[in-house]
Design a protein around this ligand. Structure first.
Ligand SMILES: [Zn+2]
Length: 284
């Protein structure tokens, strides 16, 4: 198999990528990914589980973003979650469940323990998953640190700084360490997930929550493009033959994710718009 690197930019919106004219991210071949057919919701853990297994949630078992460690709580939440405006009190309900010690309930983001299917990382021997949601997400993100500044009584800027310091810089450093290593040769399959675009857009890219700032958004997209350029250069000189940039969904609106997921490569991968489950068989 061709030595493949997948860089997953969480929440990077295909329309905005084109609008801002990003040149590194948009390689010769690019297009939208169908991230909505046969999905329970356009949420990160489920979508990446589908990407790495080639199955949808009913088979791989990961539904949505997170799971309650207490099954009674998860049943109650399943009912409440279907009610209108339930999202508005989600944080409050979470705080209540977690404060009731007899429930010992915690909400965590899914990882491979919850997967019913093999993934590309089991199929391909010389592979590595870096912070892949639904598989080996970063601990910091997995253990329920959420993105709302209100939860910690800090400003939007402080929230962004917190995430950039704890998460983004660490992931970038780890990826660069892998790509620059003189000991580790290029792998058959390497995948790294960057959560930054999603987090930032929840802070200032959402027209429906009244915090929309187009200049900041443009800066975020341009920074992401520069990162993509740097990654591409390092990966090519290391010997990666195929570099895929992609996202699981687009810009959040009303705290929801949209259908503008994308993929880009140098050589064509698909002849028509792929489903998020189509990558597995094409890559393996
Ligand atoms: Zn999001």
């Amino acid at each position: 198999m061709e030595k493949t690197l997948v860089i997953a930019f969480d929440g990077l919106d295909y329309e905005l990528i084109q609008e801002f004219g990003l040149e590194s991210i948009l390689q010769e071949e690019h297009g939208q990914i169908d991230n909505y057919s046969n999905t329970s919701s356009i949420k990160t853990s489920e979508l990446f589980a589908s990407f790495i297994t080639g199955e949808n949630y009913s088979k791989h078992g990961i539904k949505g973003l997170s799971i309650w460690t207490n099954s009674r709580v998860s049943k109650v939440e399943e009912v409440i979650g279907k009610m209108p405006y339930s999202q508005k009190t989600a944080e409050l309900r979470k705080a209540i469940y977690e404060s009731l010690s007899f429930l010992s309930a915690k909400k965590i983001r899914y990882d491979k323990r919850f997967l019913n299917s093999d993934t590309i990382f089991e199929e391909v021997e010389n592979s590595r998953a870096m912070f892949v949601p639904g598989y080996n997400p970063s601990r910091y993100w997995q253990l329920g640190w959420d993105m709302s500044p209100l939860s910690y009584n800090i400003s939007v800027e402080e929230t962004i700084e917190l995430w950039d310091t704890r998460e983004y810089r660490h992931r970038k450093e780890m990826l660069f360490r892998e790509l620059e290593s003189e000991i580790i040769p290029a792998r058959d399959f390497l995948m790294c997930h960057f959560h930054r675009p999603d987090i930032h857009q929840h802070m200032y890219g959402d027209k429906d929550t009244g915090n929309f700032d187009r200049n900041k958004l443009k800066k975020l997209y341009e920074e992401t493009d520069r990162l993509a350029g740097e990654i591409k250069e390092k990966a090519e000189s290391k010997g990666y033959e195929r570099i895929i940039f992609m996202s699981d969904h687009g810009l959040p609106q009303g705290n929801e994710h949209n259908k503008n997921a994308f993929h880009s490569t140098k050589e064509p991968l698909f002849s028509s718009k792929p489903k998020i489950t189509d990558f597995f068989s094409t890559l393996v």
